[in-house]
Design a protein around this ligand. Structure first.
Ligand code: WAQ
Ligand code: MG
Length: 248
């Protein structure tokens, strides 16, 4: 199997101050590597966030015996008609998942106050809402994950009437994250200006929340709420390095 990952930026490389445009990560058999790279390149070049002028694609062999299997999270939907209702629903879902009320509020404010979207996610204490990682405005990028049977997965989502590439990728990422050591919950909404549905996930499930932001906003992000006693370097290693296949 091969890990294939892409990151694209505008105005130079990410590490030289370029603005993050898009990214993607898959773990696929060798026969599919070429097609996967082509799809990622196409995505990087045609993204609503901007015109990428730096694209990094990494292809790396993964030993099948090193791949950890994790369960696919069940999907739930809540209703919200406005951004205010959406963010309230997110706060409730975070508290239900085990984040303190203060931590949940702090997390939502942290995402709302981003000046621009990051490439990765922030780690926040599930108790105090304080930032626990030291990756600054780069964030931690979850990588090396995929779904076991993509066609079955897609038709399952289509049957529930919720298939699109955002849901598909977010559910795989959230399933990997929720199975990580010391993870309490995740909060996310997209940085794509045309996509406003976000979610809260934990090992108990993935709750979709409409209207987490206004249509047209290019600011989104991810927060992983963790147990304050977490071993941060162990968790970072799991999120970035551990190959994971989500079982359907
Ligand atoms: N690892 C960590 N953080 C990431 C990653 C990753 N692999 N990919 C994206 N992020 C962060 C980064 O800060 C982005 O700015 C932010 O998340 C949003 O990423 O069920 O599309 O890929 O309908 O724009 C939710 C779907 C879609 C809800 C979320 O996120 C639903 C989405 P995007
Ligand atoms: Mg995006």
């Amino acid at each position: 199997m091969y890990s294939v990952r892409m990151r694209a930026a505008e105005g130079g490389k990410h590490e030289e101050g370029g603005r993050h445009i898009s990214g993607a990560e898959r773990v696929v058999p060798q026969e599919i590597v070429e097609k996967t790279v082509a799809i990622m390149l196409e995505r990087a070049f045609s993204h609503a966030r901007g015109q990428a002028d730096f694209i990094n694609i990494t292809v790396e062999k993964v030993e099948p015996s090193a791949i950890q299997q994790v369960p696919l999270l069940p999907v739930y939907n809540v209703e919200a008609l406005t951004v205010e209702e959406g963010l309230k629903a997110a706060e409730h879902a975070l508290v239900a998942a085990g984040v303190t009320s203060n931590g949940a509020k702090q997390g939502i404010v942290t995402l709302l106050s981003l000046a621009d979207s990051m490439r990765g996610a922030m780690l926040l204490s599930a108790v105090t809402g304080q930032r626990l990682d030291n990756t600054g405005d780069r964030g931690i990028r979850v990588s090396r994950m995929d779904i076991e049977k993509e066609e079955v997965f897609i038709s399952q989502l289509a049957r529930q009437g919720i298939h699109n590439s955002h849901v598909q990728e977010a559910l795989v990422l959230a399933s990997k994250v929720a199975a990580g050591p010391s993870i309490v919950a995740e909060l996310c909404w997209s940085d794509d200006p045309e996509y406003t549905t976000g979610y809260v996930a934990s090992a108990a499930g993935y709750t979709r929340i409409p209207h987490c932001k206004l249509l047209g906003s290019s600011i989104g992000g991810r927060i992983f709420f963790v147990n304050p006693a977490a071993d941060i370097s162990l968790l970072k290693n799991y999120l970035q390095e551990q190959p994971v296949l989500v079982r359907i």
